[in-house]
Design a protein around this ligand. Structure first.
Ligand SMILES: NC(=O)c1ccc[n+]([C@@H]2O[C@H](COP(=O)([O-])OP(=O)(O)OC[C@H]3O[C@@H](n4cnc5c(N)ncnc54)[C@H](OP(=O)(O)O)[C@@H]3O)[C@@H](O)[C@H]2O)c1
Length: 248
């Protein structure tokens, strides 16, 4: 039985989709959860209320993940409220697709800023705390497309590939302080991001998977819960796919 009682977690992009399900699950396992959001204040506040009703504690914090000062402020707020931070999950992400011959510099930079730099900002802000307390869990959300590259997603694929390398390098920097750093690589998951794909591409993604079905946010959250716990304490530097066999 996974128990996260007494642990403090930060989930970026916790207002919707995969991040919201992760925040919900960590809360139900006993963790206190800082739910980061950018635009979806109402969803973040509703989730915080739900986590509190279910017996744990939570706070909502607005921050664009591409800002390092905002990341530092969020981490400081969680530490101020609960004394420390133990678990970092970086789920905030976006895509802005276009084939390479049409992609603008703005399209490229925005996705790199949010998906890759946004992940760095939170690992950077939590690392001193994890290092000092000699315990920490970093769980980044990448994508199978960060491993294989996807048509029309050079920016997103590059950012998610960068997240994998960043996660592995952080595992090396922080390993001797008993901090694990792993990346979870979802395949097609039913969220607003997943649903936004054209029907034809959704069907291709489903057909690629050997299980012939889309994943759900809880499929991703379950693995995150395990990696965040003591049970996952000897796993680090890994990229674990949650994709119903879409990649193989
Ligand atoms: N769904 C899939 O099929 C799939 C597959 C592989 C990987 N992923 C990855 O899984 C993660 C979650 O995706 P999802 O499907 O849950 O997406 P989603 O439903 O579109 O939700 C995206 C989340 O990211 C947050 N976000 C976006 N830009 C942000 C920013 N600049 N600062 C802070 N938060 C920001 C959003 O917050 P606000 O609404 O508050 O702005 C929202 O909570 C992403 O990293 C995504 O790349 C998803």
């Amino acid at each position: 039985m996974i128990d996260l009682k007494g642990k403090v977690a930060i989930v970026t992009g916790g207002s919707r989709g995969i991040g919201a399900e992760i925040a919900r699950l960590l809360g139900s396992l006993g963790a206190k959860v800082a739910v980061n959001y950018n635009r979806s204040a109402e969803q973040a506040e509703a989730l915080v209320a739900e986590i509190k009703e279910n017996g744990s504690d939570a706070l909502a914090f607005q921050a664009d993940v591409s800002s390092l000062p905002a990341a530092e402020a969020l981490v400081a707020a969680a530490k101020e409220k609960w004394g420390t931070v133990d678990i970092l999950v970086t789920s905030a992400g976006m895509n802005w697709d276009g084939t390479i011959w049409k992609m603008t510099a703005e399209q490229w930079q925005k996705v790199i800023d949010v998906d890759l730099t946004g992940t760095f900002n939170y690992i950077r802000s939590c690392a001193p705390i994890f290092r000092e307390q000699k315990w920490g869990r970093i769980i980044t959300i990448t994508s199978i497309n960060g491993l294989r590259g996807k048509f029309g997603q050079t920016n997103y694929s590059a950012a998610k590939g960068g997240v994998i390398a960043l996660t592995k390098a952080a595992a090396k920097d922080l390993g001797k302080y008993q901090v694990t750093s792993n990346s979870v690589a979802p395949g097609f998951i039913l969220t607003e991001m997943g649903e936004a794909m054209p029907d034809e591409f959704k069907q291709i993604a489903i057909n690629e998977g050997v299980m012939k079905k889309a994943g759900l946010p809880i499929d991703v959250a379950n693995l995150v819960g395990f990696l965040a716990s003591d049970a996952g304490g000897h796993i680090t530097g890994e990229v674990i796919k949650v994709d119903g066999g879409q990649y193989i």
